[in-house]
Design a protein around this ligand. Structure first.
Ligand SMILES: *[C@@H]1O[C@H](CO)[C@@H](O)[C@H](O)[C@H]1NC(C)=O
Ligand SMILES: *[C@@H]1O[C@H](CO)[C@@H](O)[C@H](O)[C@H]1NC(C)=O
Length: 216
């Protein structure tokens, strides 16, 4: 009985709902609704930017791979946070040879007969070659970078590989006869490197072998 009354007397709830939806739609079509629409649009933009920023700056994205000192040493690399390297508030400044020695890295250049400084844009690869006539010491920073170094002790692969976070500074060394490669994995940031070699490298086929790996 009660049920019957209810169905008889109450308006169709879908009807009222669609009425209110259509009245809102009508309202939004009026010019007065423009500030409201703009506000909604700004709010959505803010929310999406906030969301993007969060994932962009999260340590997860900067360095999603877990790292260990042990793995770094297999790649002949030591990483630092800039704050660990800075002696004062101006920031860090390194002598690559001393930095490698202080970090306990062997096999790099003891003198810089040849120095290269440059950038690697997102997605770019540098190196992927093997110098036969020079040891090389690297300082790498600025973006999320993959560093690969030939290492015969790593069974199967024959190389050690680590990923440096965008907020880290790495000191690494590649002894002569060992191939090395740097890949900028970062979607946005440019990576920077300094390479110090103990010989004037002649980039010819007898002193350097090219395109060592095709899976970088
Ligand atoms: C590279 O380092 C090795 C040992 O660390 C050294 O014997 C050699 O003279 C260095 N220079 C070159 C160009 O190989
Ligand atoms: C190639 O490089 C080596 C080592 O730097 C050098 O001795 C040789 O003369 C170079 N060869 C040519 C063809 O330039």
């Amino acid at each position: 009985m009660v049920n019957l009354r209810r169905t008889q007397t109450s308006d169709n709830p879908f009807q009222t709902q669609s009425n209110s939806v259509s009245s809102i739609l009508n309202l939004l079509k009026k010019p007065q609704a423009f500030p409201l629409l703009l506000l909604i649009f700004l709010l959505l933009t803010w929310v999406s930017l906030k969301f993007q920023n969060r994932s962009y700056f999260s340590p997860q994205l900067q360095n999603p791979q877990r790292w260990s000192k042990e793995e770094d040493l297999k790649a002949n690399l030591v990483r630092f946070l800039p704050s660990q390297l800075a002696k004062d508030k101006r920031g860090w400044l390194l002598n690559p040879v001393a930095a490698a020695t202080d970090a306990g890295i062997n096999g790099g250049a003891v003198t810089c007969a040849s120095v290269h400084v440059g950038e690697i844009r997102p997605g770019g690869i540098r190196g992927n070659h093997r110098h036969y006539t020079s040891n090389e010491t690297f300082i790498i920073w600025g973006a999320r970078i993959k560093f690969r170094l030939e290492n015969s002790k790593i069974v199967d692969k024959g190389y050690a590989e680590v990923v440096i976070g965008a907020d880290e500074v790495a000191v690494a060394a590649s002894p002569s006869g060992k191939a090395h490669a740097l890949v900028n994995l970062d979607p946005i940031r440019t990576a920077f490197l300094l390479g110090c070699q103990d010989d004037i490298v002649n980039y010819n086929s007898s002193s350097t072998a090219y395109n060592i790996w095709n899976d970088l």
